[in-house]
Design a protein around this ligand. Structure first.
Ligand SMILES: [Zn+2]
Length: 342
């Protein structure tokens, strides 16, 4: 099969499109013909060797794929060749104390696409049948490929970890990103008042079309001042944070009493100073969030099937143009996901 491979860590120029052996489905696995694979910023960190995950070149990146089952390994029941499927990022063990209590995002022995399998920037992937989620006819391949990580992460952060309730006010950082725009849609659907920020008026306008109530351009407005103006100096109930650095600190300062900040990333500054005094006096909380649970993705797929949420696709590229696709993502000018189509 054709696949994107890097043999050393580095910039875009380490990416090569090569012929590699087809993966073979082991017992309990299926082989999937990939129809679309979404790019994620994690892929850049992995390529550069700074992801803090164990990555050994040569490596095929890509963690988010949809496709059709091409072959069944031994012992696979309930699936047929030709079934349209989403491959879930995570392959939880199913038996640890977290899996047994419905908290598989905390699994102590999970596999992940591209780490326990080959990667998604390829024509095929072999994965555990436990990782498959059946796609409804109403959801096309491209929107399905754009759904999982953006909406799954957003659902887990907003509802699973952040406990967002109808009537609360949430601030969503960087609404132009995949997980930012997904969070705008889900929080709006849940009946929250949505304040969002971004670095451009164009991204704020797009987020407004998705249900954002108030936009803050953090390139020329002070986030905390604007939040306090919009909330009559109360602050927000929940901050949805995935940026790090200054926006993390502004997020903390934007919280009201008993406010929560839920966070899943920190590209713009992974180590920050933290003022303890207002934090405890206001009885605030900072909550970590990592991946999502299967039932949360199932909820998102159902909402997409009903047309209540829209996975956004910014552009699609053939595998051969992977450098161009990643360069587009690294410029951070896109709105919605960038897909590779083998
Ligand atoms: Zn487990």
């Amino acid at each position: 099969m054709k696949a994107v491979v890097f043999h050393e860590f580095g910039g875009l120029d380490v990416l090569r499109v090569e012929e590699v052996p087809d993966p073979e489905p082991a017992t309990g696995q299926v082989l999937v013909d990939i129809s679309a694979s979404a790019l994620n910023h994690l892929d850049v960190d992995i390529r550069e060797g700074v992801s803090r995950f164990p990555v050994e070149p040569p490596f095929i990146p890509g963690v988010e794929v949809v496709g059709r089952i091409a072959e069944l390994g031994a012992g696979v029941d309930g699936w047929q060749v030709g079934d349209r499927v989403m491959v879930l990022l995570m392959d939880p063990c199913g038996t640890c104390r977290f899996c047994r209590t419905g908290r598989e995002s905390l699994c102590t022995a999970a596999g992940f696409v591209s780490f326990s399998t080959t990667g998604g920037y390829a024509e095929k992937i072999a994965c555990s049948a436990r990782q498959l989620l059946r796609l409804p006819d109403e959801l096309g391949d491209d929107p399905a490929a754009a759904l999982q990580i953006a909406f799954g992460t957003a659902w887990h952060m907003l509802f699973g970890r952040g406990r967002l309730r109808t009537g609360e006010t949430v601030m969503i950082n960087s609404v132009g990103s995949g997980i930012g725009s997904a969070a705008v849609q889900l929080a709006h659907l849940a009946g929250a008042t949505v304040i969002g920020n971004a670095s451009s008026d164009e991204k704020l306008a797009r987020a407004g079309e998705l249900g954002m109530d108030h936009g803050i351009n953090h390139a020329r407005q002070d986030v905390v001042t604007e939040v306090m103006r919009l909330t009559d100096d109360r602050g927000v109930d929940l901050v949805y944070e995935h940026v790090g650095g200054e926006l993390f600190q502004k997020g903390l300062d934007s919280l009201g009493k008993d406010g929560r900040l839920v966070i899943c990333g920190g590209h713009s500054g992974e180590v920050v100073p933290f003022d303890i005094i207002p934090f405890f006096r206001m009885q605030r909380q900072v909550i970590g969030s990592f991946v999502y649970n299967r039932n949360e993705i199932e909820s998102c797929v159902e909402l997409a099937r009903q047309g209540k949420i829209t996975p956004l696709v910014h552009a699609t590229f053939p595998l051969e143009d992977v450098r161009e696709a990643m360069a587009l993502m690294e410029r951070r000018e896109h709105f919605g996901k960038i897909l590779l189509k083998p």
